[in-house]
Design a protein. Structure first.
Length: 355
């Protein structure tokens, strides 16, 4: 049974991955999964690695539906992909969060109902481990989805590791990881890495249009195309950016990022004013996400360049996360952060290019 209906990372009114039957892109990943299943040597642990918002969780639920219905090994012989009919029993139960053999590990709502735990509680991991010690509710496979690995603290990761080391028969662990290199090495070593690439702009726009139609929200096709071009391959990010005011802010931030290491002080001062005060709280979050997306895309695109070139940008990523958290926690003025952030980025870009 899925542990919680709360979705800390879900956009308001957006369709949840468990309700998303179509998967845009990622055909290579589906083929790799089916090939492993047909071989009869299906790995019990899969690390689904890649940037956030590109469809890894949708893939995980799609694979779960396929594995939880009847005999998946026999079905895989003729299957071209992992699609399951909407009227299928497993499909309906997964969407309703009522399948007894699907377990979800993710952050949960706090007692006040207004926020979520910062990590996946270790007690939740232990409860799922206990359930894997009993028979499957429907006599077939059991599936656990971890969304995401970054939310596992050390005790939770160690508890999950014990189950990965001695997995029961016919069980599958689908572990979503936005930065697989940061996952506990012992967990990585017991999983097969299935790498997901950012979607192309056309695929982002197509998936975003489907989601917006399901959300029954009007949108401008040209704005969606612009949002897709700025999304770094993330449908979730494109859906955030499609709002006209948000899109204008993102384009302004990206203009400053793409000009680095050059800095336009007048433009940065204006950006600082935009994100200042109570009225700028939402804009500040968008600015931070835009910078993180830009940094993540650069780190991903130049992964083979070596540590000397990547280290300066990775250091800024770490400092940005800490600084943004401190600004929100202590209600600090956001304007100095904007200035220091872009100066740090300018220096990091210069160092990276010189490496």
């Amino acid at each position: 049974m899925i542990e919680s209906s709360n979705d800390p990372d879900r956009l308001p009114n957006a369709p949840h991955p468990r309700e998303t039957l179509a998967l845009i892109g990622h055909q290579r990943q589906e083929k790799a999964f089916l090939t492993a299943l047909r071989s009869g040597r299906m790995h019990h642990g899969w690390l689904l690695g890649g940037p956030e918002g590109i469809g890894k969780a949708s893939f995980a639920y799609r694979a779960a539906r396929f594995m939880l219905e009847g005999d998946p090994l026999r079905r895989a012989e003729a299957a071209r992909d992992l699609a399951m009919p909407e009227e299928n029993g497993a499909t309906r139960k997964v969407a309703a969060q009522s399948h007894p053999d699907l377990h979800l590990l993710r952050r949960i709502a706090k007692p006040d109902g207004k926020s979520f735990t910062s990590n996946i509680p270790v007690d939740l991991v232990r409860r799922v481990i206990d359930r894997f010690g009993s028979s499957a509710g429907e006599g077939g496979w059991r599936v656990a989805i971890v969304d995401s690995a970054e939310d596992l603290d050390r005790p939770g990761a160690n508890a999950l590791l014990k189950l990965l080391e001695e997995p029961p028969p016919r069980c599958l662990f689908l572990i979503v990881a936005h930065a697989p290199g940061r996952v506990l090495p012992t967990i990585r070593s017991r999983c097969r890495l299935l790498a997901f690439e950012p979607l192309g702009e056309d695929d982002v726009a197509k998936a975003g249009g489907i989601a917006l139609e399901r959300m029954r929200l009007p949108y401008d096709a040209s704005a969606l195309e612009r949002a897709a071009s700025l999304s770094e391959g993330s449908v979730k990010r494109a859906l955030t950016y499609v709002d006209p005011e948000t899109l204008a802010l993102v384009e302004a931030v990206r203009a400053r990022l793409d000009a680095l290491p050059a800095i336009d002080l007048t433009a940065l001062l204006a950006l600082g004013e935009d994100v200042a005060g109570r009225a700028g709280e939402a804009d500040f979050a968008v600015m931070i996400e835009t910078v993180q997306g830009w940094l993540g895309a650069h780190l991903y695109a130049h992964a083979a360049a070596g540590p000397a070139r990547l280290a300066p940008l990775a250091e800024v990523w770490e400092r940005l996360a800490r600084a943004a958290n401190e600004v929100e926690t202590y209600n600090l003025d956001r304007r100095p952060l904007v200035m220091s952030l872009f100066h740090d980025l300018s220096e990091a870009v210069s160092r990276s290019r010189a490496a």
